[in-house]
Every structure is written in C-alpha cells, then in structure tokens.
Ligand binder design. Structure first.
Ligand code: GLN
Length: 205
C-alpha cells in the first residue's frame, strides 16, 4: 500500500492481540508493535489497537503496569485508537454496573455481555462506514446503549450501533480480526495515517 509506513501498537496483555498482528502483517509498510510493558508504549506509534479479551483483566493489568495513565493521556491528545469488543469496553466512558478503571474517552454507555447466554457468539454482516457489508463476529459482545452526539455510528445492527467513531477513536463491538475482510483495519490505518476518509476510500492491501 503506497505511503503507509507506520508503526501500530497492539496492546498485548491478554486476549486476541495475535489475531490483530496477523491482520496488520497483511498491510505492506505497517509494522505491528506489541505493547506488553510501559517501555513499549512510545511516541513513535501512529496508532494503537486494544483487542478483545476480558476487559476487567486487561484493566487491572493496565493499572498494574502503569500503562493506563499514559495511554489515556495519549488518546486524549489525539492518538488514533481502535478498540474491539473488550477494547470498546475499556474506551467507554460508562459501563453499566462496572466501576473499574478504564480509558473512558469514548462518550458511550455500554453493557457487557449484552447478547445473552444463548447466543454467546454469532456471525453476521452489515454495512460498515458506507463501504458495504463486512462480516462481523460477535463474542460475548458489549452493546452500546447510549452515545453523545460526538459519536458517529458507522455500523448499526438491529437499531444499535456496533461500530462507532469519535474523532481519533474507532470502536467495534465485533471482531473484524477474526475474519478475512481487511476493510475495518484499513479504515483504521487510514485514520492513523491522517487521511481523509470517504466511502470511496481505496482498498488495496
Ligand atoms: N465480555 C468480554 C468483556 O467484558 C468481552 C468479550 C470479547 O472481547 N470478546 O471483557
């Protein structure tokens, strides 16, 4: 992909970080940097991915490793960040019934494990950012119950947003890294590259 030379951090404390690294490896010029400790989180990163996993475990580790504050400050200062599933929970301003520390910069209220026990996981597809239908894997996914007007829905499923954008923050309730479709990651990489995004955005991994 021409012009996309950048380092993208992937929070690698727990959860589906390897799957995101495998997706980034498919974009020429993009280098994935796993973040396991404070020293790995540098200013050189053009963006940060917060994967799915268990948000309470990740939150605890973020605090213990003294990564919570620097990541929160960087996101507040405009670092492009992409949270999937548990990553969305960590970015959310409010999580129903949970007061654990989190980044909290995304102006949404979410409910964890919202899709019920009978349908722990399912795959569907719907439009993402006017780019057409993309496949979406949901695994004990959070629901976005409310959002402020700063939050733009990029995908809506059964009347609820499942992908949202607030300036430098992208978040999905689903796992695009568990599919073969690269468009959601491509969208994030264009954000990280500071490019204008449009429905006609080129897709050329
Ligand atoms: N239910 C998990 C949580 O609350 C999120 C699930 C996921 O990331 N696949 O952290």
């Amino acid at each position: 992909m021409k012009g996309l030379n950048m380092d993208i951090g992937i929070l690698a404390l727990q959860g589906a970080f390897a799957e995101h690294a495998a997706v980034l490896a498919r974009f020429p010029g993009v280098t994935a940097r796993t973040i396991r400790q404070r020293a790995d989180f540098s200013d050189r990163l053009a963006g940060l991915i917060i994967p799915g996993g268990e948000s309470t475990v990740m939150a605890k580790l973020l605090v213990e490793l003294e990564l919570m504050d620097p990541i929160t400050s960087a996101v507040r200062a405009g670092l492009p960040v992409f949270g999937t599933c548990a990553g969305l929970i960590l970015l959310a301003r409010e999580v129903q019934g949970l007061s654990a520390a989190r980044i909290g910069e995304l102006e949404v209220r979410v409910k964890r494990n919202a899709y019920g026990r009978q349908v722990d996981s399912f795959t569907t597809s719907t439009d993402f950012a006017s780019m057409g239908a993309v496949p979406m894997v949901f695994i004990r996914a959070p629901a976005i119950l409310d959002a402020t007007e700063r939050v733009v829905p990029l995908s809506v499923l059964n009347g609820q947003p499942v992908a949202v954008r607030q300036d430098n923050i992208l978040a999905t309730a689903f796992h695009p890294e568990l599919t073969d479709d690269l468009r959601v990651h491509n969208y994030f990489l264009q954000m990280a590259a500071g490019r204008p995004l449009s429905a006609e955005m080129e897709y050329h991994p």
